[in-house]
Design a protein. Structure first.
Length: 332
């Protein structure tokens, strides 16, 4: 049998580098596309080919179209909700136009790889429905970031119905784990651990009672592999090939902060700041559909995941000052 070929956009980033690791271990030839705007070249695993490209570029489209790939995992994104509120045009350019550039390349490719897109389960549903949110729940997102992710899902459904592409969307909850960058990516766990290691207070925006669904990166990688290999549901309406990937467990920012302090053996103080625009109040997802159709469920508890993450941060991240304005819960 010929070697399977996969291209991973954003493969120098937090989640993408773990996905590239897993695909290499599964025997794929892996090509990573990343513009290094938030990722690190050091994250690209040994054995993967690296292409320093913007996903909006003609060169990225040519690579996808002519690379004879079996799989495209599209993780590259402007991933910071806060930045999307400040500059929605740039967010749309990267997250919508970039995705369309690659989807058109897949459509034109003789090989037509399966497309696994990482959407958001954290902010796509908005605050108008009571969580846990199932995939078919109404969607009324609060931020340009979530609007862009939902827009791409509509395009995925269109390309599946009209052009016969093999597309699937994973609506990720709040992912955390080793390699998450507290300086370049939105993620409260990484930012708070960096603050703890630097001896700084933890800044919580709003009252800290906002709930999120925190899922460990290793579990997310298993979901990506399942999405890449399991039979797809028939194409149809928007939610047919979309799957929530989380834990179905709500955790408040204050509860998370306490768990982080316990994990790190820290008494870092908590400081409160005004709520940020575009922030969702409550978010956790139903994962029954992923269990039923992808054979996936999370296996790493919050406590175990935080322990693994802190061990990595302690060994790899120095104690230089954390970002001046930590983002407590404005993320996927």
């Amino acid at each position: 049998m010929s070697t399977l070929r996969a291209v991973v956009t954003g493969g120098a980033g937090f989640i993408g580098s773990h996905v590239a690791d897993a695909l290499l271990a599964a025997g794929y030839l892996v090509v990573v596309i990343d513009d290094l705007s938030s990722g690190s070249r050091a994250n690209v695993p040994v054995g993967a080919q690296f292409q320093h490209l913007d996903v909006r570029s003609p060169e990225a489209a040519t690579l996808v179209r002519e690379g004879q790939f079996d799989l495209l995992v599209h993780l590259a994104a402007q991933m910071d909700v806060r930045k999307s509120v400040v500059d929605p045009m740039n967010d749309a350019s990267v997250n919508i136009i970039g995705a369309l550039n690659l989807l058109e390349a897949v459509r034109a490719s003789p090989h037509r790889p399966r497309v696994v897109f990482t959407s958001t389960g954290g902010v796509i549903y908005g605050d108008f429905v009571e969580p846990p949110n199932a995939e078919v729940a109404p969607k009324d997102p609060e931020s340009p970031y979530a609007i862009a992710k939902l827009s791409v899902e509509f395009y995925l459904a269109y390309y599946a119905r009209v052009h016969g592409l093999h597309t699937i969307a994973l609506r990720l909850a709040n992912v955390f784990g080793p390699r998450q960058n507290p300086h370049g990516e939105a993620g409260v766990v990484s930012i708070f651990f960096q603050c703890i290691l630097a001896g700084r207070a933890l800044t919580v925006f709003g009252d800290g009672e906002q709930t999120r669904d925190y899922v460990f990166v290793g579990d997310v990688v298993r979901a990506v592999v399942a999405a890449a290999t399991r039979p797809l549901p028939a194409s149809g309406r928007l939610d047919e090939r979309s799957f929530n990937i989380g834990t179905a467990i709500p955790t408040s920012v204050l509860t998370l902060a306490a768990a982080l302090q316990t994990t790190a053996g820290s008494q870092a103080p908590i400081e409160f700041a005004p709520k940020r625009p575009g922030e969702q109040e409550r978010s956790f997802v139903s994962i029954e559909k992923a269990a039923r159709l992808l054979g996936w469920s999370p296996s790493v508890s919050l406590a175990d995941g935080l322990s693994q993450t802190f061990d990595w941060f302690r060994d790899h991240i120095d104690s230089s000052p954390a970002p001046a304005i930590p983002v407590s819960s404005l993320h996927k």
